[in-house]
Write a protein that binds this ligand. Structure first.
Ligand SMILES: Cc1ncc(C[n+]2csc(CCOP(=O)(O)OP(=O)(O)O)c2C)c(N)n1
Ligand code: SF4
Length: 280
């Protein structure tokens, strides 16, 4: 049932208001990240740099994945871990599309990790926004490859014995055009970064550290959303052009944020033209 509101919001026209109230828990960071992603689209549109009808918004499965059903854009809510290959396939069929993959850390770096790796290796012309809440939230808090060392999860009741993957840092080994990491406390940075990345070619990866008070917060003993934001604000340190060695992914000390890579190498479609598969 549509909930009518007397209030309007600048991104209302990019949202399916008939889906309100959304199912995200109070204090969840995903809505904030989605909001700033949509604001980036809106600003680019008002500057005449993007046509929303060309955007293909793809999510996998998870709390983050629910975003596909909430946006008023061409959107696809696909199999768990398969948002990247879906976006790539759609783009290969119609290169005029602007694919945005918006999904969780489990979806992108866990089950979809192999797709991530190879889309990055190809410098494929897509933007991937990975919402990292350190857990498989939708399914109740199992261990993700991104879960910090020693932290409780429902599948590691004695604490996580595995070192986590720093996804953004790992992608630096491949020649992609853009890698940035922010936290959900960096509102303008998220918006500006998405805006900038959408104007670039090649593979672009933005990780946003989110807060999940319901699952991850409970697992680390911080249920209060406000306290989680305060804690994250202290840990998420922005550094200007950090070197590989400077980048940290440690919940107990620092999760380095900032732009890690920004280059303009030929993307996959440029290389198709270069070898004569498609017209110049
Ligand atoms: C092939 C397959 N395996 C497992 C699942 C169960 N499953 C649904 S969502 C999910 C993990 C979600 O975690 P993440 O991608 O990090 O998203 P979040 O819910 O944290 O936003 C899993 C394992 C599934 N739907 N499909
Ligand atoms: S379980 Fe966590 S990630 Fe999922 S909606 Fe609730 S707070 Fe957000």
């Amino acid at each position: 049932m549509m909930v009518k509101s007397k209030y309007s919001h600048p991104i209302d026209d990019l949202l399916r208001l008939d889906r309100v109230p959304y199912t995200w828990c109070p204090g969840c960071g995903i809505g904030i990240i989605l909001h700033h992603t949509l604001r980036a689209i809106k600003e680019l549109e008002s500057e005449g740099k993007i046509n929303r009808d060309k955007i293909l918004f793809v999510t996998g499965i998870g709390c983050t994945g629910r975003a596909a059903g909430l946006v008023k854009l061409d959107a696809a809510h696909v199999l768990h871990g398969r948002a990247i290959p879906f976006a790539v396939g759609a783009m290969l069929a119609n290169p005029s599309l602007i694919p945005i993959v918006f999904s969780g850390d489990g979806d992108i770096a866990g089950i979809g990790g192999n797709h991530l790796l190879h889309a990055a290796r190809r410098n494929m012309d897509i933007l991937v926004i990975m919402v990292n809440n350190f857990t498989y939230a939708l399914t109740g808090g199992q261990l993700a490859p991104t879960t910090p060392y020693k932290v409780y999860s429902t599948t590691t009741p004695y604490g996580n014995p595995e070192p986590p993957i720093d996804t953004a840092k790992a992608l630096m080994a491949l020649d992609v055009n853009y890698i940035a990491r922010w936290s959900v406390t960096h509102l303008t940075k998220i918006k500006d970064s998405v805006k900038y990345a959408l104007t670039k070619r090649g593979f672009r990866f933005i990780e946003v550290i989110s807060v999940c008070p319901e699952i991850f917060g409970r697992h680390i003993g911080i249920r209060d959303p406000y306290q989680l934001y305060v804690t994250l604000r202290k840990i998420a340190k922005t550094r200007i052009k950090p070197s590989f060695g400077d980048i940290k992914y440690d919940w107990n000390s620092e999760i380095t944020c900032g732009v890690f890579v920004d280059r303009d190498d030929p993307g996959y479609f440029d290389r198709l033209k270069e070898i004569g598969v498609t017209k110049k």
